[in-house]
Design a protein around this ligand. Structure first.
Ligand code: SF4
Length: 416
């Protein structure tokens, strides 16, 4: 068998290699994997971490995904919608605070008033976020679920010519059986496996930079399933990934199925991020807020394992508590200004810096479009910081030992 160091030096990985890397539990092996992913990130993508100020503008949803705290049948939840002015003000605040990019997220709706509302918001944000520092205005990521191609085309057109539009549509899992368990039938357009794949294709057709991703540690999921997810991301040639650990939601309908214990789940999620970096190489990868629900420094650990995107929550504080897809979501009591300072500190502590006033398009997208790719190296930043070395910053693995705990559905996380 290859040594781990030999394996990590490869540029191409077999399924067996990927499954072996995903299943690492020994702290020294995990650290080797982390280091390889971090080094590849700084070499291919650069040292900047880009912000996407996320505005969760409505928790109304017409779907009923069983894992989700804002699903249609959660009658206990008080629903809200931000007005156009509130939403656009949030985006303008982000631009004035040097964020080059915002993300608009809401539950899934396809009615004309919703589609037109989003269209108007995109136009307003693109017009009102222009400044000397951001002459082309903020770029926008939409995370609004499956829509017909015509809707994607309308939203893309509302932004104008510039390559500033991205769309995140998570596949959740590529295992069709697990997918079917997460998404019950019974409503006109409940999520379906095939239509989700078609939607990802439609997004590319409509001219978006396309992102997808999945949940890590789902009940019944195996390492082979996670490997299949990575192969899917490769086949779809995605520009960005948004993945997070699966965390139970009291507003969902899966309490009886349990979840992995915190430490092993965090390690598995970090392994997945690192392996995605090694296999997909130059895509943007977000350090999901859900990582911080598992460990106070979860997002820093995500950055240390190959992520280069962070999504500070700039949703107005009074409604933030009502947008919880999973339990124990962090940062629901802070003001946007608190998040800005807190996250910048976290990124600096990792020896990285924020890509202020930049769109932060993925290098993968830029290469795909034959656009120039500028990669700021560790040396540029070490110079700026009087020679401090990025590689000397320790990452804590103390709470992530898989062998020290038992897991309710651990048995399913086998290597087959
Ligand atoms: S995951 Fe998205 S589509 Fe599914 S219920 Fe939650 S908000 Fe709606």
């Amino acid at each position: 068998m290859k040594t781990l160091d030999d394996l990590l030096r490869q540029e191409r990985f077999s399924d067996a290699d990927i499954i072996r890397l995903l299943g690492l539990t020994d702290p020294e092996d995990c650290e080797r994997l982390r280091r390889a992913a971090y080094d590849l990130t700084t070499r291919l993508v650069g040292d900047l971490v880009h912000y996407r100020g996320i505005i969760e503008f409505s928790n109304r949803c017409t779907l009923n995904c069983r894992y989700c705290g804002i699903r249609r049948d959660n009658r206990a939840l008080e629903r809200y919608d931000l007005s156009l002015e509130q939403l656009v003000e949030g985006a303008v605040w982000a631009a004035e605070n040097n964020y080059g990019s915002v993300c608009l997220q809401a539950g899934e709706r396809r009615d004309e008033s919703f589609v037109a509302f989003v269209e108007d918001c995109i136009r307003e944000i693109r017009a009102r976020t222009r400044s000397e520092r951001l002459p082309e205005g903020a770029s926008i990521t939409l995370s609004l679920g499956e829509q017909p191609l015509e809707t994607y085309a309308r939203w893309r057109a509302a932004a104008g010519e510039a390559d500033c539009m991205r769309y995140l549509l998570r596949m959740e899992t590529t295992n069709p059986e697990i997918f079917a368990r997460l998404h019950p039938d019974g409503f006109a357009h409940e999520k379906a496996y095939a239509s989700r794949i078609q939607a990802l294709r439609d997004l590319r057709t409509a001219g978006f930079q396309v992102g997808t991703g999945g949940m890590i540690g789902l009940p019944g999921q195996t390492l082979a399933d996670l490997c299949a997810d990575i192969r899917f991301y490769q086949r779809m040639d995605v520009d960005m990934l948004g993945m997070g650990p699966y965390i139970l939601s009291r507003g969902g309908d899966m309490l009886d199925e349990g979840m992995l214990e915190q430490g092993p789940l965090l390690q598995l999620a970090l392994n997945m991020l690192a392996v995605c970096r090694l296999v997909l190489r130059d895509v943007n990868i977000a350090a999901a807020t859900a990582l911080q629900a598992l460990a106070e420094d979860g997002r820093e650990q995500g950055i240390a394992h190959g992520c280069n995107i962070i999504m500070p929550n700039i949703t107005p504080r009074p409604v933030r508590k009502r947008y919880q897809l999973y339990d124990n979501k962090p940062c629901i009591d802070e003001e946007p200004t608190d998040c800005r300072a807190c996250l910048e500190g976290r990124i600096h502590r990792m020896g990285r810096r924020v890509g202020w006033n930049q769109w932060g398009c993925s290098s993968h997208f830029r290469r795909r479009m034959n656009l120039p790719v500028v990669v700021l190296s560790a040396i540029d930043i070490a110079d700026e910081r009087s020679g401090s070395s990025l590689m000397d910053i320790p990452v804590q693995h103390g709470s992530t030992r898989m062998e020290s705990v038992s897991i309710r559905n651990r048995a399913s996380l086998t290597k087959s």
